[in-house]
Design a protein around this ligand. Sequence first.
Ligand code: AKG
Ligand code: FE2
Length: 373
Amino acid sequence: MDGSEDRSKQPPQTPRTANGNGVVAMTRLRLKPEKEHKSDSYQDLQQLEFSPLLFSSLEHYLPPNMLNVPRDLKLQYMRTILLRYSTEGERTRIQRHREYRERITSNYQSLHEVLYTMQAEQFFVPSFLNAINEGTEDSFRSVMDEPSPGVFTFEMLQPHFCELLLAEVENFERWVHETKFRIMRPNTMNRYGAVLDDFGFETMLDKLMAEFIRPISRVLFPEVGGATLDSHHGFVVEYGIDRDVELGFHVDDSEVTLNVCLGKQFTGGELYFRGVRCDKHVNSETHSEEVFDYPHVPGHAVLHRGRHRHGARATISGRRVNLLLWCRSSVFRELKKYQKDCSSWCGDCHREKKERQRQSVAATKLELLKKDG
Ligand SMILES: O=C(O)CCC(=O)C(=O)O
Ligand SMILES: [Fe+2]
């Protein structure tokens, strides 16, 4: 959006930028991203209050006159905006987390360096790669099953990649144990498992989201921000008799979740799904057509909306390790604050809307009959 309009309504701290004539103009971020724009990398600037990846993503929303200015000008502009939207407490939390990550990455010696940069040919099975390269809804669907509405399953990871990642996670856990490092677990529901983003995987997983999961989500989950996924939480969960055993019924803090089984050998641990719900209906009853159980298969992925209610049954024997990528869209979250109608994705909102429409048609028919009579 061009900054020349509506200046009077801009808040006083709106960033100012110099335009080509040396005139200082007020500008705003665009509403829609400039998809063709090639962003700079900010990876060398780890000391900033915000993730380097956030700056690369935000670049797509820069006003036209800011797109091609030097990196430090863009950075200054974006920092000003981000600082306006985050509280002091939030900034302190982000800074502490950054220091926590630095303590890990400067001390932990990784085992398989090859895992830390995206090497698609070595990570993924050819069928998945081909579908992504083609990039159409038909090509995605041709390598996927949809055994229950909104739950997509497909073969994704090469066995060798799974082995290496399992070994890397074990190596990390060993280091944690030996050094007595107090790590944060993936979320409140897990006593075991590790946040991959905290020990060097953030950039690789961001690529996984941007280049693989977002194109699929754009066509399969457009109504929950699938096209605008722009941040992630990447972790592994570990189940077994001496680990977490099961996972309670929940929704994820994500718009779209990728869940891939890495192995090893196990029995039990099935995922169970019980319908998609908005906040208002999250505890409502399940309808029979929403009941779906899925047994994990090593190397195979499940892709679902974060709001698709689910849980994992007890892993009865062996060890099960899964890779989780919770993908989020800041645009969807912002818009959701103003939207009351979730009928395009919440099962109950959809049923309520249908019922209102049915009653309205019935009432109209009755009126017409009365008139005729
Ligand atoms: O164990 C699983 O496969 C499910 C994990 C899960 O749903 C989660 O971590 O959010
Ligand atoms: Fe989950």
